[in-house]
Write a protein that binds this ligand. Structure first.
Ligand SMILES: Nc1ncnc2c1ncn2[C@@H]1O[C@H](COP(=O)(O)OP(=O)(O)OP(=O)(O)O)[C@@H](O)[C@H]1O
Ligand SMILES: [Mg+2]
Length: 374
């Protein structure tokens, strides 16, 4: 049985035309690190608030260990919570802040001292117990918040963008710290972010949110390698898309294999096709290829793949560990745009053909198994 179950949960805020959470079905397993990832306004915080008990669902059921928790107030749910802003008590010391959840639970003073010490040791702050929050760096404050959420040994820790106020280096350090704590403590963690690399670093599974719904729920690797739809493909990692027509679908009965699509200029491309993504036998489709899977050459004969899209080189940018190559595809404007499609490729320094000049004709190649059709 799952630790947490959301069954057909809706949340309508008064006066809002659309649901903030729209028929959410989600099972959270004990011990897992689950991340809610999605654009601003997609319902991540609302989902966390429903779980913590700070908001009530408009419809549906939320269960903990199989028992309904809708009528339980937040403090009886026994969940540790860390918010985006540190929300430490400014007048209390580090130790007093961390002790707070225990003192409100009327834990004995000697036990509190012991537990606060242990929690601060876990987040490497045992030497700063007497400081006030304003005497700490952002990362240290965030670790106090984490210690305070962990000190009463909750089964579930909820975190809403806890690292978004930190600079990149500190954020990455804290990510590793949270990863370590999750492993050491075995506590279930539900984490909200709109940073895809953070989600990939931390999570066992990621739920990709869009407009109050989950588009896909899977491991970071599966989301990246096999996105269920263009939204997920575009949200997680970089992605190139092209409007095409499906030429050759799969034989009857096959669930996946290689099919053919045609571009607007009549170029034919072979692509991996999977029936969970594409059910029709012909018609408009979107071809997707991630930039790291593109090969470039001045001449299609130099490509190690039959797939070749003709393009013009627009820009070539050195990005340290790779070249970013921008090209305009031969073809017509894409749906929702007035411009010819642009793709970009990430090419490792050793794989860049010599003598490329901006404005020249180019072939973009890719293996059928590296392309998706939606
Ligand atoms: N208290 C509220 N009253 C009315 N509408 C709200 C309230 N809180 C959130 N909403 C709306 O519900 C939707 C989901 O909001 P939510 O805060 O859950 O999004 P989010 O995914 O956390 O976004 P962000 O990444 O910006 O934090 C949004 O359209 C938002 O405007
Ligand atoms: Mg939010």
């Amino acid at each position: 049985m799952a630790l947490i179950e959301f069954e057909h949960v809706f949340k309508h805020y008064p006066g809002s035309p659309s649901a903030a959470v729209d028929d959410l079905n989600l099972h959270i397993q004990a011990g897992e690190f689950l991340t809610l990832l999605g654009p601003s306004g997609s319902g991540k915080t609302t989902t966390l608030m429903l779980l913590a008990g700070f908001e009530a669902p408009s419809a549906g059921a939320i269960r903990l260990d199989g028992a309904s928790i809708e009528s339980l107030p937040p403090h009886q749910r026994n969940m540790g919570v860390v918010f985006q802003s540190y929300s430490l008590f400014p007048h209390m010391t580090v130790a007093e802040n961390v002790a707070f959840p225990l003192s409100v639970r009327k834990v004995a003073a000697n036990v509190i001292a012991e537990k606060v010490n242990a929690a601060l040791t876990k987040v490497h702050l045992e030497n700063l117990t007497h400081r006030k929050p304003h005497q700490l760096s952002g990362g240290q404050q965030q670790r106090v918040a984490l210690a305070r959420a962990l000190v009463f040994e909750p089964r579930l820790v909820l975190m809403d963008e806890p690292l978004s106020a930190l600079d990149k280096k500190l954020r990455e350090e804290m990510q590793l710290e949270i990863r370590r704590l999750h492993r050491e403590l075995g506590v279930t963690m539900v984490f909200v972010t709109h940073d895809q690399s953070e989600a990939m670093t931390l999570s066992d599974r990621v739920a990709v949110f869009n407009q109050g719904r989950i588009e896909q729920l899977a491991s970071p690797k599966d989301l990246y390698d096999a996105p269920a739809n263009p939204f997920v493909a575009n949200f997680l990692g970089d992605n190139n898309m092209l409007d095409c027509t499906l030429d050759k679908a799969l034989p009857d009965g096959a669930t996946s294999g290689t099919g053919c699509v045609r571009t607007a200029t009549g170029q034919t491309v072979q692509s991996r096709i999977c029936t969970t993504r594409i059910l029709k036998k012909s018609g408009a489709v979107k071809l997707c290829v991630r930039p790291e899977f593109l090969q470039v050459a001045s001449d299609s004969a130099a490509l190690a793949t039959p797939n070749c899209l003709k393009a013009t080189l627009l820009d070539l940018i050195h990005q340290g560990d790779h070249w970013r190559l921008v090209a305009r595809l031969d073809g017509v404007a894409q749906s929702g745009s007035t411009e010819a499609p642009q793709w970009f490729a990430k090419i490792s320094p050793g794989a860049l053909p010599a003598g490329l000049v901006v404005g020249q004709d180019l072939c973009l190649g890719f293996r059928p198994e590296d392309a998706w059709v939606f």
